[in-house]
Design a binder for this molecule. Structure first.
Ligand SMILES: [Mn+2]
Length: 331
């Protein structure tokens, strides 16, 4: 790590370790994935080990594999009007924070907002910000922080940290898994993280109906061969026919990007009156973030998302193809 980065990490772990009787609210992004739920849980466990009483408010649209590792004791289903400290984890923009309907970050009074994230597009909406886009996962950042002071990491904390690192690196397959990622993983294993249980719960527990809808998706995806792009339109009918939720299809883009000759993968899915885009690239020279930004979203160069508001899947597809042409050329 570069020296200025080490200094930023050191300052933040000192700040976290100075917390005591403060009221602490932990938040993460809507539809929490392994890194979001994992980082929220790990932060709460670490603070609780130090005598703090943090609470987590979590959007409840998460996958079963993530839920398995959650310590429900930290979860609250209501917020009060003010907290001493709000800690935001793995959330690129404050309007994506999982909060009660109609509530924004600005509605909650807080002395401090600590924003820890690895999304390059994070505009530093906290009063303290640690943004590290070189880190594979927010859970890797937390692991680095906890290692610096060798704070007590209990079993749930270690498991949740490894959950985030594992899922955000596609089980170490993606380019973001660096030597530091493996160092952090080694440290977590030393702290007792249960790798085999994580692999079983995350990668070997896919419900049959989810496998079946993945098979439908691969049979029905549109492939634009010249630009090595594949996209899938998930409709409400498909979700109903297979009896699955959109969250169950989070791994779909990762399955499709394993196909030879495909570098860019997009999934369009319904989200109430809106259409949600999940975007991936396997080629660092062809980042897909510019496409996400055109649609109005953000995230990482190779893994990002966006939402088109008040539109049908068909209209969203037309607009999307126009943007694709703009960024990647005609096919
Ligand atoms: Mn993440």
């Amino acid at each position: 790590m570069a020296l200025n980065k080490v200094n930023a990490y050191e300052a933040l772990i000192e700040e976290l370790c100075s917390l005591k009787d403060e009221s602490i609210l932990i938040l993460t992004h809507v539809k929490p994935d392994g890194d979001a739920s994992g980082s929220a849980m790990a932060m709460a466990e670490m603070l609780a080990e130090r005598g703090c009483s943090p609470v987590i408010y979590l959007d409840d649209n998460y996958e079963g594999s993530v839920e398995y590792f959650q310590n429900k004791d930290f979860l609250v289903d209501q917020l009060v009007s003010s907290y001493d400290v709000i800690i935001c984890l793995d959330c690129a923009i404050d309007k994506r924070l999982g909060l009660p309907k109609g509530t924004t970050l600005q509605d909650i009074e807080a002395v401090k907002v600590i924003n820890i994230d690895h999304h390059v597009s994070n505009p530093e909406y906290g009063t303290t910000n640690l943004i590290d886009d070189q880190s594979s996962a927010t859970c890797e950042m937390l692991t680095q922080l906890f290692r610096l002071k060798d704070v007590k990491v209990n079993l749930s904390c270690a498991n949740n940290l490894l959950l985030g690192v594992m899922t955000d690196t596609g089980c170490y397959k993606f380019n973001n898994a660096t030597s530091e990622t493996f160092d952090c993983t080694g440290w977590l294993l030393e702290k007792g993280a249960e790798k085999s249980i994580l692999v079983e719960k995350v990668y070997q527990s896919t419900p049959l109906k989810v496998m079946q809808v993945q098979s439908w998706a691969i049979s029905n995806m549109v492939v634009l061969e010249n630009i090595k792009l594949a996209y899938i339109k998930v409709t409400d009918d498909v979700l109903e026919n297979y009896d699955v939720r959109v969250e169950d299809l989070d791994s779909l883009v990762d399955v499709v990007r394993e196909i030879e000759g495909i570098e860019l993968v997009c999934r369009l899915s319904p989200d109430g009156d809106n259409v949600r885009f999940s975007l991936r690239s396997t080629n660092e020279e062809r980042p897909i973030l510019p496409l996400a930004k055109l649609i109005g979203g953000g995230g990482h160069q190779l893994a990002c998302g966006a939402t088109m508001e008040n539109t049908s899947i068909a209209d969203a597809e037309t607009k999307f193809l126009g943007y694709v042409k703009e960024v990647f050329g005609a096919w």
